[in-house]
Ligand binder design. Structure first.
Ligand SMILES: Nc1ncnc2c1ncn2[C@@H]1O[C@H](COP(=O)(O)OP(=O)(O)OP(=O)(O)O)[C@@H](O)[C@H]1O
Ligand SMILES: [Mg+2]
Length: 363
């Protein structure tokens, strides 16, 4: 995947213009509030996703303007393609001259991964964020997994409603068992999928982390579940255990008013040198861990699609020492990478530096 040209008009603070990025590492340098993140955000929209800053579409249009337009030429599947995005109150897209039913249809055609400082909450934040990372990444590999997640959440809502009703009569007990069985049948697939994904991701992330820390630190990921099951267990074996755990928790769940165990409560522990990064990781270690996971996600995506996604790394350098910065600049090979930073990067050997000032990008 390679962006050959990006054009922007009335997008955030960017002055209407055109940019031909380099095929390798692109560093976008500039002081605060100049438009560095804005240009990454423009690139990201071509993945079909929403702004990685959580902005509404209308917030992307330059102040005082009605609509914004973006266009991109890129190489994917070995050929030149082009896409256009128009943002009014909502986004619309055209791909290779064909109007799409929705801008999200660009997903899968143009792929990217993004690191933003907000993603540091992956380490510090609630388990939900880590589950989401793994679930979203697995959905990209196996689209049918979306349905499993939706089905699980539907049955969970029903079981939770019963827990909240606190009705412990015989009929309720029977109904509860019915939900237990269904939840176990679907939930086992989620636990199994996450374990498989983590097993694939860990060695890749570990190798990247090893490089980032100059071989001084070890990275590891572990799936933590109330269901005690090993990596090698089949979905059917996990279902039996999950069913037993759900049954054991009837009284607790009725008291709590919701389902207290299951894959919706599981966590993914990030370990550095064997210690949880959440409690013991330094700022630089936490940043390195998130980056290693994001880059590993890109590698796994490449395995399936045969295409390396572009990497958007927003403000990744701060809090990293020189050897970690050097690794990012020089060891992410054969990828098109976009890195924003405020300080010049003398460590870069092969790559291009651009400067962003007041919404204008120059070489
Ligand atoms: N819709 C908009 N219209 C016009 N300007 C906007 C719009 N949205 C944001 N801006 C402005 O864009 C400017 C640059 O934002 P951006 O987040 O890209 O800065 P940055 O260069 O990444 O800075 P930092 O180094 O602080 O992260 C900000 O001053 C912001 O006010
Ligand atoms: Mg920024």
């Amino acid at each position: 995947m390679q962006v050959t040209r990006l054009t922007f008009d009335r997008f955030r603070n960017l002055k209407a213009g055109e940019w031909e990025p380099y095929s390798g590492v692109n560093v976008i340098l500039g002081e605060n509030a100049q438009g560095k993140t804005n240009i990454l955000e423009a690139l990201w929209l071509f993945t079909g996703g929403k702004s990685f800053r959580g902005a509404k579409d209308s917030e992307l249009v330059a102040f005082g303007e009605e609509q914004s337009s973006l266009a991109m030429n890129f190489i994917a599947e070995g050929r030149e393609q082009n896409a256009e995005i128009t943002i009014k109150s909502r986004r619309s897209a055209v791909l290779n001259g064909v109007t799409q039913t929705s801008a999200s249809k660009l997903a899968g055609v143009f792929c990217g991964i993004v690191f933003s400082p907000a993603h540091l909450s992956l380490i510090k934040g609630a388990p939900l964020e880590r589950r989401r990372l793994v679930d979203a990444a697995y959905c990209q590999l196996r689209p049918a997994y979306v349905k499993t997640l939706t089905e699980y959440s539907r049955v969970l809502t029903q079981r939770n409603a019963l827990c909240k009703a606190k009705n412990v009569g015989d009929a309720a007990e029977e109904l509860m068992e019915l939900w237990d069985r269904q939840l176990a049948q679907i939930g086992c697939r989620i636990i199994h999928a996450r374990q498989r994904y983590i097993k694939k991701m860990t060695p890749v992330a570990r190798e990247i982390y090893h490089g980032l820390s100059s071989g001084k630190e070890e990275f590891d990921l572990q799936y933590r579940s109330a269901v005690d099951c090993g990596e090698e267990e089949t979905a059917a074996e996990i279902a039996v255990k999950l069913y037993a755990v759900l049954r054991e928790h009837h009284r607790e769940d009725l008291a709590a008013g919701f389902t207290t165990v299951g894959p919706h409560r599981d966590d993914i522990e990030v370990l550095i040198n064997g210690h949880p990064a959440r409690s013991f990781g330094s700022q630089g270690q936490q940043r390195s861990a998130v980056l290693a996971m994001k880059l590993a996600e890109a590698s796994l995506l490449e395995e399936v699609t045969g295409e390396k996604p572009i990497a958007l790394l927003d403000d990744v350098m701060s809090e990293l020492d020189l050897s970690r910065q050097e690794y990012i600049l020089n060891h992410i090979r054969d990828w098109q990478v976009f890195i924003t930073c405020c300080e010049p990067t003398p460590l870069m050997r092969d790559g291009k530096q651009f400067s962003m000032k007041n919404g204008i990008l120059s070489t």
